[in-house]
Design a protein around this ligand. Sequence first.
Ligand code: WT7
Length: 648
Amino acid sequence: MSNESLANLLKEERRFAPPAELAATANVTAAAYAQASEDRLAFWAEQARRLSWAVEPTETLDWSNPPFAKWFADGKLNVAYNCVDRHVEAGNGDRVAIHFEGEPGDSRSITYAQLKDEVSQAANALLELGVTKGDRVAVYLPMIAEAVVAILACARIGATHSVVFGGFSADAVASRIQDADAKVVITADGGYRRGKPTALKPAIDEALAKCPEVEHVLVIRRTGQEVSWTEGRDVWWHEITTRQSTEHTPEAHDAEHPLFILYTSGTTGKPKGILHTSGGYLTQASYTHHAVFDLKPETDVYWCTADIGWVTGHSYIVYGPLSNGATQVIYEGTPDTPHQGRFWEIVQKYGVTILYTAPTAIRTFMKWGDDIPAKFDLSSLRVLGSVGEPINPEAWIWYREHIGAGKAPIVDTWWQTETGAMMISPLPGVTETKPGSAQRALPGIAATVVDDEANEVPNGSGGYLVLTEPWPSMLRTIWGDDQRYIDTYWSRFPGRYFAGDGAKKDEDGDIWLLGRVDDVMLVSGHNISTTEVESALVGHPAVAEAAVVGATDATTGQAIVAFVILRGTATDSEELIADLRNHVGKTLGPIAKPKQIKVVSELPKTRSGKIMRRLLRDIAEGREVGDTSTLADSSVMNLIQAQLPSAR
Ligand code: WT7
């Protein structure tokens, strides 16, 4: 974020008090902050009791071997039981759990009782295929209700799921399957996107050529498109699940049993397998969903527009809402299919009361025009959430005015794949909100901003966001790499968790997030590392060297801009640039395709050979180039600029 927009942010003086009616009936009041600060662990022990335990925990936190935490370690529970069966047992089996809306317009509503049957059948099917507790199962699916069923079936039998976003390429899937050593893959023939079926199975077939350890592929039929079939390995989901019993007795697993691995980009090329476990994770996913969205399960209709392949889908489509017995909408497709009002049509159709989406989507809706949401009845909406990147005040105000009728509170929720659940956010019945600020750590969470020397900054100053106490849904490690876990998160500021985000405290002590300080880009809310894109580019025969930066972009937050040095034999042409973009798309997935690729003859490097991306970012954002004194050769920047007359 530029200094100019930062200064503007902090001049923001608009304030919005919670609606009186919401405040009066809110699930969580200001007392929660006081209670949690008095005894943080007692506070979390109480939240853990919102769940149903087979063996109640007597220990809250074991921090005897930091940074390796254990929460509720002597407790036992079944996560899927908590998300499904207990609601049926409480007499709410007829409540709709999922209103599924397919992109082509097909829809299906699934009650908690039906969900229990489907999850049990899927669990029995996995057992029949030889999946046992502790095995890893990769999930590569479109946004269909079966994705939730598949995830819960894994959780139910204690298999650790590793969901890979359906937009990722075969190579990306293969490396994730290998790293997690998955035994079974659950996929679909395809899903509907942008008005047509998009195949998924071919990517799995290609990936599995490199993953001989995978024993079975379960294939859900969604689009009916042609699929190639490996006899003995591939199994149709509908064939194996429908012949299973709808009874499955959930076993209680240890609170620290591995629930899932989810890969996120690191600053070095290899993605990090973030490991989450059961009891602490579910406690915080469930509590934050209850507190931050003020969910009233009997009357609310909740909709989180994220994909299940990202952590937002894990915590706020699967585990948070279902553990709270919510009725929710799941939508398969894109917001502009078949028209740009599709989201608002869905809100109207189901009477959505709580909407959780991303700033990049909000900015897109702004671009499409105010008249589009205005055509629909959005009066059911009472709480609006934002996640994924800093939300600029313009988008915040637009969201409030045009979607929230100028009265629904906005909760700007800061968290990460690694934190597992929300960490910093307003509470809708308590907080006087400020456009653009996530404001304050949630009850039971300790966050602050420090300078380079790890000193807490005073109000009105900026630095790095750190978390100063362990929290229940924290990552437990990086799968298979404890040292990388320590180095990445706990070494920059010893004893504190380094989030990798810049932040500022305003005069009231409220926190404003300012984007990544490391080399991870945020494109439409997706975390992509510069190094990964660089490696992909250099993997192309025409490219000798590459440097990638995230340039501020009005729609996507950041856009990927690549600077490449071609090999002697290659020449700069439109075809080559298109080829390079496609190559990155094929290697990492379409989301990682650079928006611009600029051919240069040199890259700015320090004497130790580190690329100075800061200077390239200056060029990509059309600014005057900053201090070049630490470059090995300071004339390089002049050379690059001379080669890029139209640098913008
Ligand atoms: C990074 C984590 C959290 C689920 C989706 C992304 C950025 C996330 C906010 C917010 C400012 C935010 C941070 C964070 N981020 N939410 N409300 N305000 N920045 O999960 O892919 O692990 O990315 O997203 O930079 O570090 P993720």
